[in-house]
Design a protein around this ligand. Structure first.
Ligand code: NDP
Length: 270
């Protein structure tokens, strides 16, 4: 029987994880099954038949990452910091260990792009699950300062207190410059511009949108217009978090560049 993995979420039909993991398995020179599993009730219930079929690892996406966190018998430090789990690793007795590879996926992609977070002034836009998930790994890189700015102030303040960083509203950013600006809001998904003062990009070495798309997202258009030196979308983060999950399951570290190249081509022609 082939090793069995899957991604759980709702919706799930759009997920590119099976394609990415098929490319990793080809690199490793093995055959694996990696399925999309729609979660219609609880994640707990969706995992039972998967475990019974021999499932040995899973990715978890929206809106199940918090439930995944709570159902795990063991959790990594990264998962504890994130308060969410995107990777499940099978333990004996139908139990799961939870990890969160989103942050390391982002940090590795920023490194791949040739930008160092060490000593950098970093602005994170948004205060939802994605931003919470990346704050720990970003802080581990020793930036000079991190600011979390969000439409809803209370959520930014909660995260700022949890991680000991600055909080702001978008309107309070005027006149401030950042080296790295990361969009972790879902505004680009809705095709919306963020109400950002344009001069925040004047000294930005990198503007990074966690969302990915065949063409510039609204945020990346804003950043280019504001003078950001380099702009990138979140496809590299997606491939990076998947690679970290794959390594946790199989002990094999996939090479990212060829997979990213293939996924970029497929996205362009989708
Ligand atoms: P959440 O729903 O948890 O949080 C959404 C955030 O976006 C909140 O801070 C919300 O602000 C803000 N927001 C939504 N719409 C707007 C708007 N129109 N203007 C301003 N702010 C807005 O989502 P996630 O944190 O899970 O995901 C955020 C993004 O990150 C998504 O685009 C997702 O696709 C992407 N992502 C990418 C990954 C990758 O591997 N590339 C991995 C994980 C996420 P408020 O609090 O005011 O509501």
């Amino acid at each position: 029987m082939l090793p069995l993995y899957a991604v759980f979420g709702h919706p799930i039909a759009h997920s590119r994880s099976p394609d990415i993991h098929a490319l990793f398995a080809a690199q490793e020179g093995v055959a694996v099954r990696y399925e999309r599993r729609l979660v219609e009730g609880s994640l707990h219930d969706a995992l039972l038949p998967f475990a019974a079929a021999g499932g040995s690892g899973a990715n978890v996406t929206v809106p199940c990452k918090e439930e995944a966190f709570h159902l795990c018998a063991e959790r990594s430090v990264r998962a504890e910091q994130a308060g969410a789990v995107n990777t499940l690793i099978r333990l004996p007795e139908n139990a799961w260990r939870g990890d969160n590879t989103d942050g390391i996926g982002l940090v590795n992609d920023i490194t791949r792009l040739g930008v160092s977070l060490r000593g950098a002034k970093v602005l994170l836009l948004g205060a939802g699950g994605a931003v919470r998930g990346v704050l720990g790994p970003i802080l581990a890189e020793n930036p000079a300062a991190v600011t979390v700015a969000n439409r809803t102030a209370a959520k930014a303040h909660t995260l700022a207190a949890l991680f000991d960083v600055q909080a702001a509203l978008f309107s309070e950013l005027a006149g401030t410059r950042f080296d790295v600006v990361i969009n972790g809001t879902s505004a680009s998904l809705a095709g919306e511009n963020l109400p950002l003062p344009s001069n925040i990009f004047e000294q930005a070495k990198l503007a990074y949108d966690m969302m990915y798309a065949p063409q510039d997202t609204p945020f990346l258009r804003q950043a280019r217009g504001g003078g950001a030196q380099h702009c990138a979308d979140g496809l590299g983060m997606l491939v990076g978090q998947a690679a970290a999950s794959y390594a946790l399951w199989r002990g094999f570290e996939p090479e990212l560049e060829p997979v990213l190249h293939t996924m970029r081509e497929r996205l362009r022609h989708a």
